[in-house]
Design a protein. Structure first.
Length: 278
């Protein structure tokens, strides 16, 4: 099986072109290829498939084999692969995901390949039952939760997948390897959650660290950065356009007022290709 390793700010995935190949057990394959000692090493597996409703279809599987709805870094890289390898010449490119059809605008470099992209992440979902998070009220803004033996306050947002955003004074001091899995599997989240700890530098700049559902600590999370942008506006901490610093690099995010949609801009990089034994 041919594969390509790609990343967006260090959030890395193994991509398989399913226009010409077939994957019968994607969950099992995701676990195998994601292993950083005995596999290729990745945060998960992304299948690039034909679509009857868009230009291409993306299916994403976390490192633990569970299927996710959406990935902001993954969709940029997937669109780059589809464009650079001739699967679709559309720009903007429409991508079918489990969270609906998303549009990705591609920036083409001097060599004719995609160097970065802006993904229309859609409108955030704020109703607790649709995120989902088991709290009362019309929204889940700055609500209490306990993890790691400490009281926290979170703002919950769905960007097609569930996120909990927690603001702290020093993001580097957070024991993410301890608190992350406790939040992911907390009883308040029936479908688990992506947890983000955020330190605000200014109204237009934040630093964040992420524990991703099904993958653990990752260097970047595009849908998470989108949720952080929304949470910052909802809690009055940041502006509608922010620069988010993540361990693997920076993302530009804007929750536009005129259409209510979140737009995510960042790089897309092809690392290498190879053959996986089947």
């Amino acid at each position: 099986m041919r594969f390509t390793k790609m990343h967006g700010i260090g959030n890395d995935y193994v991509y398989v072109d399913c226009f010409s190949q077939r994957v019968d057990n994607p969950g099992e394959l995701a676990r195998a290829v994601s292993d950083r000692h005995f596999g290729i090493g990745a945060d998960g597996l992304i299948l690039i498939q034909p679509s009857s409703t868009a230009d291409v279809r993306m299916r994403i599987f976390n490192a633990d084999g569970s299927e996710a709805e959406m990935c902001g870094n993954g969709i940029r890289c997937m669109a780059k692969y589809a464009y650079d390898h001739g699967l679709s010449g559309a720009n903007p490119m429409r991508v079918e995901t489990a969270a609906g059809v998303k549009t990705v605008e591609l920036a083409i470099g001097g060599d004719g390949t995609v160097c970065s992209a802006t993904a229309d992440m859609g409108e955030p979902t704020l109703q607790p039952s649709r995120i989902p998070v088991a709290v009362l009220g019309e929204t889940a803004i700055d609500v209490p939760i306990s993890a790691g033996g400490r009281p926290l306050r979170m703002t919950c947002v769905s960007m097609g997948n569930p996120h909990a955003v927690i603001y702290v004074e020093d993001v580097r001091a957070v024991p993410l390897e301890v608190i992350g899995p406790q939040l992911e599997h907390h009883a308040l989240f029936p479908r688990r959650v992506n947890a983000h700890f955020v330190q605000v530098q200014s109204a237009g700049e934040v630093t964040m660290r992420t524990w991703e559902r099904g993958s653990g600590i990752t260097l970047g999370c595009g849908s998470g950065a989108s949720a952080v942008c929304v949470a910052g506006v909802l809690t009055g901490r940041t502006a509608r356009a922010i620069l988010a610093h993540l361990p693997g690099g920076d993302l530009k995010v804007e929750w536009r007022e005129y259409d209510g949609r979140v737009y995510l801009t960042g790089p897309a990089v092809e690392v290498f290709s190879g053959e996986w034994p089947t």
